[in-house]
Every structure is written in C-alpha cells, then in structure tokens.
Design a protein. Structure first.
Length: 136
C-alpha cells in the first residue's frame, strides 16, 4: 500500500466521522422539533449511522494492519537492537558516557526525521542504532 493510499483512507475515514456527527446532530434536531418520527430517526440510525460506523472501523483496521504487519516482520531484529541499547546504556561507566551515547542516538533519529521524505529503510535504521551501540 502506497503512502497516498494511507492518506486517502485516513481522509475518507475523517469525512465519514464528520458525516456521522452531522447526521446525529441534524436527525436529533429533526426529532426534537418533531419534523421526523421516532421510526424515521431509528431508520436513519439503522440504515445510515451503523453502516457508516462499521465502514470507519473497517478503514481503521485496514490502515492498522497495513502499517503494523511489516513491523512485526522485524520483531526479532527490533528485540535484539533493544537488548543492545539496554546493554550499552547499562554498561555506561559514568554520566558523561551515558549522555554521549544517548546524544548519539538522539542525533541519529533526528537526522532520520529531518531527511525530508527520504527516510531510510528499516534495516538501515536498525544497522545505524547497532553501530552506535557497538561503538560504546
């Protein structure tokens, strides 16, 4: 799934939620002002609101699955890197070495987020963190 697909689905979900909110407000006002019957109000709920809520939920599930399935493929590697980070931090000899290690990690991740839409692949991120840990 491309980034644009994620954006499109998220925008569609947001629009659906807005439609649900507007529908609730308008149908409640119509019922309150006796411009529709309780049966009509319930029909709007059953035929419009419930299906829209289900669609919004389905979109959220698709986005979640597409975002996190690739991440779970790196689960073992992530656990190994986290263990290396923990060992490196725990083995820092003093405050200065701890700050040095943590600053290197901060700078590393700062470079990633500031790379303006050309983010490195997961394997390169893991390798970069591992390299920092191996250095100390």
């Amino acid at each position: 799934m491309e980034n644009q697909d994620f954006h499109n689905l998220i925008i569609a979900r947001k629009l659906i939620i807005e439609i649900i909110n507007l529908e609730q407000e308008i149908s409640s006002n119509l019922l309150l002002n006796q411009k529709i019957t309780v049966d009509n109000f319930e029909k709007i709920f059953d035929e419009i609101e419930i299906p829209l809520c289900k669609i919004a939920d389905d979109i959220a599930i698709v986005v979640h699955q597409k975002l996190f399935n690739p991440v779970t493929g790196y689960k073992q590697e992530i656990e190994l890197i986290c263990s290396k980070i923990q060992d490196t931090i725990e083995n820092s000899e003093n405050f200065q070495s701890l700050i040095t290690i943590l600053r290197k990690l901060v700078n590393f991740f700062d470079k990633i987020i500031n790379s303006e839409d050309t983010y490195p692949e997961t394997s390169k991120i893991l390798d970069g963190v591992e390299s920092i840990c191996n250095h100390y």
